[in-house]
Design a protein around this ligand. Structure first.
Ligand code: CMC
Length: 429
């Protein structure tokens, strides 16, 4: 294999190093391109740009492979807990019994949220989207938990990472309870990470929540499937904002804001809204397919397509299977599942979707799983955010310890007016 690539510009040849990853992925290192040639590369949406070397997550979009720290996501979804998966992503290895015990203890110790934060939640207008609230409140954590003076930088980072993992589920459930005008339920030390969240969401003083192992398992799998996805929009946002050496809370808050978008994490809510629209209009999924294909219509089939996967998203395969099993076990008949399956069948037979390699992504069946657990639609993307948190933290940590770290600062090709003079207002046409 060639170790260099040759680039000819204005008759002059430049040699650029070819970098190879552990799974054989190759890239041309252009870090000295501008210095040597005066040129930059142009790559809208960074579709061909690697922004870092990373040892966290491997994806192969052609083969439909996803591995965290080398372990296939299918194995983790079958055997691991979400807590173990988070530890694996953040610390690079599965925890042993002692490490897991200590991690569980720390997550429990940090799971409460400063009581004064409750006042903030109550002041958001009732119609506020929970993602806007979560992004704001995670950013606000820095004010409630300022830098500790008597800790080393490493200890400070460890505490902040654990604090975030511990508090995010409390904060999300708190936001839901307060939005409903209900009493906030506190975390319990005897419950697992997933059980605790469901209990904080659904327990009430008049109707105690009964832990349902099917729901707990569905949430575990849902969160594991969302735990990391290498350099996607929200993760890149965390890395980019973090590259200015801002605190972790602010970087994660930026990631949450990016995830909110309907082309990214917001798609799980958008899928359910689309399926509901199809259902309410009499089940006409064909119209949705025709609209998605129409170049003059901005409508897209939500939960379909992916920047990297050009085959079935491996997460969607697991999610679809789990969705079927969960609904059957809970004896739920959701008309949206029938519509989703029919929509998938029709789309996958359609030449447009075949030619464009458009398959269901993780969000397509995710909303139906969340509905079955009882999560309200406007909280779906918050569920994605809780699941993605370990990935964001791991990527942020990797970037701040990267010896080649640089502040993120892309360039541009300017296409505006060339130099012209200021014109006094009385002389403007
Ligand atoms: N419905 C109809 N056409 C589509 C769709 C879709 N869902 N997705 C892509 N296309 C078409 C697009 O119109 C374009 O066609 P053409 O080349 O003829 O102009 C072509 O496929 C390539 O699209 P693109 O926008 O250049 O692809 P991208 O890699 O920039 O976008 C995407 C990826 C996920 C934003 C896009 O597929 C999309 O908008 N999907 C719907 C939203 C969605 O489900 N998002 C969740 C993504 S997975 C969870 C996550 O990681 O956030």
């Amino acid at each position: 294999m060639e170790k260099t690539a040759r680039l000819i510009i204005d008759g002059k040849t430049y040699e650029l190093q070819v970098v190879e990853g552990s799974e054989g992925e190759r890239a041309i290192d252009i870090s000295s391109l501008r210095k040597e040639t005066g040129l930059i590369t142009l790559d809208p949406g960074y579709a061909n740009t690697g922004c870092c070397k990373s040892s966290i997550t491997f994806m192969d979009g052609e083969k439909g492979i996803l591995r965290y720290r080398g372990i296939p996501v299918e194995q983790l979804a079958e055997k691991a807990t979400f807590k173990e998966t988070a530890y694996l992503l953040i610390h690079g290895k599965l925890p042993n019994t002692k490490e897991l015990k200590r991690y569980s203890m720390l997550l429990n110790d940090h799971s409460l949220v400063h009581e004064d934060m409750k006042a903030f939640y109550t002041k958001f207008p009732r119609a506020s989207h929970p993602m806007g609230i979560l992004s704001a409140m995670v950013n606000a954590l820095r004010s409630f938990y300022p830098e500790l003076n008597n800790q080393t930088e490493e200890e400070e980072i460890m505490i902040t990472m654990t604090r975030l993992m511990a508090k995010i589920r409390t904060m999300a459930a708190m936001s839901y309870k307060i939005s409903r005008g209900h009493k906030v339920i506190y975390p319990r030390p005897d419950l697992s990470y997933c059980e605790n969240f469901l209990n904080m969401m659904f327990d009430t003083p008049v109707m105690p929540y009964k832990i349902n192992s099917l729901e707990v398992n569905a949430l575990r799998v849902f969160w594991i499937l969302h735990a990391d996805h290498e350099q996607n929009c929200s993760t890149s946002s965390v890395r980019m904002v973090g590259s200015a050496r801002v605190n972790l809370y602010a970087a994660i808050s930026a990631g949450i804001a990016a995830l909110w978008g309907p082309l990214h994490g917001g798609a799980n809510q958008a899928v359910i809204e689309m399926l509901t629209m199809i259902h309410d209009s009499g089940g006409g999924y064909k119209k949705a397919i025709e609209k998605a294909k129409d170049k003059n219509d901005p409508f897209r089939l939500m939960g379909f397509g992916h920047r990297v996967y050009k085959t079935y998203d491996p997460r969607a395969k697991i999610m679809k299977k789990m969705c079927d099993g969960l609904l059957e076990s809970l004896h739920i008949s959701d008309p949206l599942l029938d519509i989703a399956k029919e929509l998938e069948n029709q789309a996958r037979k359609d030449p447009y979707f075949i030619d464009h390699n458009l398959y269901p992504n993780v969000d397509f069946y995710a909303g139906i799983v969340l509905r079955a657990i009882g999560i309200p639609t406007n909280m779906f993307t918050v569920m994605f955010a809780i699941g993605r948190l370990p990935g964001w933290i791991a990527q942020w940590k990797e970037s701040i310890y990267d010896p080649n770290w640089k502040i993120s600062r892309p360039r541009q090709i300017y296409t505006g007016p060339v130099k012209r003079d200021y014109v006094a207002i009385t002389e403007r046409g």
